[in-house]
Design a binder for this molecule. Structure first.
Ligand code: FAD
Length: 410
């Protein structure tokens, strides 16, 4: 007899959706997430296209559904190291890193004031610092602190000031074995490493940033409290270039199109325009991909004043005086080479799938292949896609996982 449970790997919007969908039709679900908090990459966005609502509105309803449903068991800081078996009968080996903060935590924040250790804030892509004991943002779920074990010096100051006895520095690493009849792999994506793009100056010129960083610059709980400022001198940018397909559709980097970066940049143009209506904005693209109803959003941005969408691939970026950047581009429509100078450059880097080791078939790019039977990919682990398609895809994946529980994948 196989297992009647469903394992969901990854607690982003796809994994959350799969977990609640399966639990709400009566299945026991274990949701494992490798970081201390649920929500995945969406928690780091300033707003969602196309409606430009805040990410919390989509996430919060799922957190509520999870809290109300005893059939969902969440394990955070849990990374799947291996998965093996067959439809109806899988076994996952999961390494759980200690949080060192227990459920007594009220997120009061006294521990943060006491902690003497500062580290680069991973949530803000290293653009500011946080303490070794931290919570990522006000809407973080679960609402309790976590200690970065590698960074913590064990001084115990957080424990001294905690009035709730919530700090447990003796928690240790565990390895769990989880059995499941069906598995949803919703491990999502990481941004393509922009420093691999030798000619585009990322990591050398501070005012060349990646698109994911722009989301944090615009976010009110980001490193600049939502004000879009140049990293080098905190100046308000007067001219910004968005460089599309930074590494995407390129055999030397990511051969595929990530599907969401054009819309991501069009959305970020609206962030800039809201703060700096007079800013000169250019977006350099190979093709603009705004499918279906997203066309309206594209037209709205095209019609904005001082916004130029220019067909041409940026070949090189060089830092010039005052931290400004000079771009070398072929303007395809005009048939000439241009070299505009701007204050800030945003590289639209693509999505790299996060893989789980074990008995899972992946396609040539590392996305979960459609030919797996009891192990099903969902959202960006399966293909680069936006939030609404991730949600629909996760619902479909849940049905496939339930079929694996019920019929062993038959
Ligand atoms: C710049 C930019 C802007 C964007 N803006 C928008 C937008 O405005 N609107 C929109 O619809 N879409 C947008 N997107 C796309 C959006 O980010 C994705 O659709 C969304 O993140 C997909 O969610 P997911 O759950 O599939 O993956 P993720 O958000 O990546 O979540 C995956 C989760 O799995 C966890 N995980 C990974 N590996 C493991 C493991 N081995 N074990 C346990 N857990 C693991 C991760 O920690 C993470 O929490 C944007 C993308 C970019 C690049």
């Amino acid at each position: 007899m196989g297992s009647q449970k469903i394992l969901v790997i990854g607690g982003g919007i796809s994994g959350l959706t799969a977990a609640v969908e399966a639990a709400e039709v009566g299945y026991d679900v274990t949701l494992v997430e490798q970081t201390p908090y649920l929500g995945g990459r969406v928690t780091k966005m300033h707003s969602y296209f196309p409606k430009l609502c805040v990410p919390d509105c989509g996430l919060e309803i799922n957190y509520r559904r999870i809290k109300m449903n005893p059939k969902v068991k969440i394990i955070t800081q849990a990374e799947v190291e291996n998965i093996s078996g067959r439809p109806g009968d899988y076994e996952a080996t999961v390494k759980v890193t200690p949080r060192m903060v227990n459920d007594n935590c009220t997120a009061c924040g006294k521990c943060v004031e006491a902690c003497p250790v500062e580290i680069p804030n991973e949530f803000n892509y290293g653009m500011d610092k946080c303490k070794a004991i931290y919570i990522t943002n006000g809407m973080a779920f679960p609402q309790k602190y976590a200690i970065n074990k590698e960074a913590c010096d064990g001084c115990g100051k957080c424990k001294e000031v905690c009035e709730y006895n919530a700090i447990d520095l003796d928690m240790s690493e565990e390895t769990l074995t989880i059995k499941a009849g069906g598995v949803v792999v919703a491990t999502g994506w990481t941004p393509y490493e922009a420093s691999n793009l030798d000619t585009l100056a990322f990591g050398k010129a501070p005012n060349v940033i990646a698109n994911v960083m722009m989301e944090r610059l615009a976010a009110t709980d980001g490193p600049t409290q939502g004000k879009i400022l140049r990293p080098s001198d905190s100046a308000e940018p007067k001219s910004i270039a968005f460089v599309q397909c930074a590494g995407s559709r390129d055999q030397n980097h990511l051969p595929y199109c990530s599907g969401v970066c054009c819309m991501g940049s069009l959305k970020q143009i609206t962030y800039v325009k809201e703060q700096y209506p007079d800013a000169q904005i250019s977006m350099f693209y190979i093709d603009i991909r705004a499918m279906g109803y997203l066309e309206d959003f594209l037209v709205k941005v095209q019609e904005m004043e001082n916004v130029s969408l220019i067909k041409g691939k940026v070949a090189k970026i060089t830092e010039v005086a005052n931290g400004n950047l000079k771009l070398e581009v072929e303007d395809i429509a005009q048939g000439n080479k241009i070299s505009p100078e701007v204050d800030l450059v945003v590289l639209a880097t693509g999505l790299v799938p996060s893989k789980v080791p074990g008995d899972i078939n992946y396609d040539e790019y590392g996305f979960v292949a459609p030919d797996n039977i009891g192990i099903v990919g969902a959202g960006c682990a399966k293909k680069p896609t936006d939030v609404s398609n991730s949600v629909m895809d996760a619902t479909g994946a849940t049905i496939k996982a339930i079929q694996s529980v019920v019929g062993g994948g038959a």
